[in-house]
Design a protein around this ligand. Structure first.
Ligand code: NAP
Length: 472
């Protein structure tokens, strides 16, 4: 595919090969953009922001709504593309394609709802005869930098609200999975988006990222990715609006009254989807000592049943990781835990980029598989005695994106919701659950700012205060 730069599809002699993670075959190539391309994109986007700001809410709604309709019609093709470039199983590829339709539809609705409010200035001692209201205006140029693991829906979570708010957008998709983002650009143009409103450049983030995020013409950065890259972007960004959706090592607390079959089903569903490469994957299963052995017995067969293989085979439950190096790293972390006294109860083997769904028991909090973001198909099980101990363990991390608890006890559930330091809290399900309309984002080093169209449009706009100084 080509990149979309300065209102045109552009090819370049330097290419990046996009490979299927399962068999390493080349699916396509994309141009390798360089610093000069970033400069072109920025200058064009600055002019594009003026074009976008002139579109009415109705026009922005119509474009996004039409894009959602096209995406819905092409669901199967788009789902297959996601699955092929990313490695997630085809059912998950289709699921992501469906979710992306909802994200674009939700964004379209927000284009009609952007509003300010009147401010009762006469409540101020000097405010008599003043009339005040706020206006929401677009930021201008938005840089949208996305990760590999949801190559379409996470791009939509940035592009949809940014366009709904009347900005021009420069997308920088992950180098491993750039094709879905380029397909989205094609669809937006077919839906009537002015070409000035969007650009998509592919190339190494390490090489072109600084030039993009540090430039003062960019007024808003929306980033989803690792904590390390997020921190670098924050340092480089200077004075501009920034949203950071970063990683985590999400805990799930299993209280002694939990229904163990339901917990095991939830762990099997939320710990291994997309081969564990989900920012809210269940990673640390903190289990009450009283039910610890029983829980492992109920969980093991459910994880053993997760068959691995080619992600495009309908029977496969867990596909390859995006890169073989990541599967190697997961294996090393599991081995490090075993060397420290943990036990592999299920899995623990690797074949190329496929790491077998794994359960590691007796994990200590200081082991990498517990305290770092694993981002792979393994869960770490750790015992606890009291709810206070469980909450302390859950909070013993720099991250705070998602957490879950299984209990029938309302007091415990509410204590969990109040005291666990996490942006998303689930009672009687694992942390890996998201409705695209909900406010979604992390606490602590999992980031700041919220996604979900209703919340993201606020992040994509500036608030102006207008005051009429009346005489009577
Ligand atoms: P990553 O390595 O941080 O890359 C994310 C994006 O940043 C890619 O497009 C990458 O480009 C780009 N990038 C790299 N260096 C850059 C720089 N110096 N300046 C600007 N951009 C730069 O993350 P990933 O491996 O793709 O994704 C996995 C991570 O994303 C995990 O930590 C996961 O938890 C997190 N994540 C968080 C959420 C959330 O909602 N909180 C959702 C999904 C994923 P290249 O690909 O060219 O390097």
């Amino acid at each position: 595919m080509k990149i979309f730069l300065e209102g045109e599809w552009v090819d370049k002699s330097k290419k990046i090969e996009v490979r299927n993670p399962y068999d390493h075959s080349v699916i396509d190539t994309v141009p390798k953009a360089e610093g000069a391309d970033v400069e072109k994109a920025l200058a064009f986007a600055e002019r594009g922001a003026k074009v976008m700001a002139k579109l009415s809410g109705y026009e922005r709604w119509r474009i996004l709504r039409k894009a959602a309709d096209i995406m819905a019609e092409r669901n199967e093709e788009i789902g297959r593309l996601i699955s092929t470039e990313e490695g997630k199983i085809i059912a998950e590829g289709r699921g992501e394609a469906n979710r992306a339709v909802e994200t674009m539809m939700g964004s379209a609705e927000e284009a009609k709802r952007l509003h300010g409010e009147t401010v009762p200035l006469d409540g101020d001692p000097g405010g008599a005869n003043k009339l005040g209201f706020t206006l929401r205006v677009p930021c201008g140029v938005v840089a949208a930098i996305s990760p590999f693991n949801f190559p379409l829906n996470l791009v939509c979570h940035k592009v949809g609200p940014a366009l709904a708010a009347g900005n021009s957008v420069i997308i920088k998709p992950a180098t491993d999975t750039p094709l879905s983002a380029l397909r989205l650009v094609e669809i937006l143009l077919a839906a009537g988006l002015p070409p000035q409103g969007i650009q998509c450049i592919t190339g190494s983030g390490g090489e072109i990222g600084d030039g993009l995020v540090a430039d003062p013409r960019v007024r808003k950065i929306t980033f989803t990715g690792s904590r390390e890259v997020g921190e670098r972007i924050c340092r480089m960004a200077g004075i501009k609006k920034v949203t950071m959706e970063l990683g985590s090592n999400c805990p799930l607390i299993v209280m002694p009254d939990a229904h163990l079959e339901r917990v095991a089903a939830a762990v099997a569903a939320t710990g291994y989807a997309n081969a564990g490469q989900v920012c809210i994957s269940t990673q640390r299963v903190l289990t009450a000592g009283r039910v610890y052995g029983d829980f492992l017995s109920v969980l093991s067969p459910k994880v053993q049943a997760l068959t691995t293989g080619n992600q495009l085979d309908e029977k496969t439950k867990v596909g390859p990781m995006v890169r073989e190096a990541d599967a190697v790293r997961v294996g090393e972390w599991v081995q490090e835990a075993v060397a420290g006294g943990a036990r592999v109860v299920v899995g623990g083997s690797r074949q190329g980029a496929i790491y077998a769904p794994t359960v590691v028991a007796d994990v200590k909090p200081e082991m990498k598989i517990s305290c770092d973001e694993l981002f792979g198909p393994a869960v770490a099980v750790t015992p606890f005695n009291t709810i206070d101990e469980a909450i302390a363990l859950a909070n013993q991390t720099v991250y705070g994106l998602g957490a879950g608890i299984f209990t029938e006890n309302l007091e415990w559930a509410m204590k969990f919701a109040r005291e666990v330091e996490s942006g998303n809290l689930h009672i009687n399900w694992g942390p890996q659950w998201r409705a695209d309309l909900m406010p979604y984002g992390g606490l602590k080093e999992s980031g700041f700012g919220k996604e979900g169209p209703r919340y993201a449009v606020e992040e994509m706009t500036e608030l102006k205060m207008v005051v009429f100084h009346l005489t009577q």
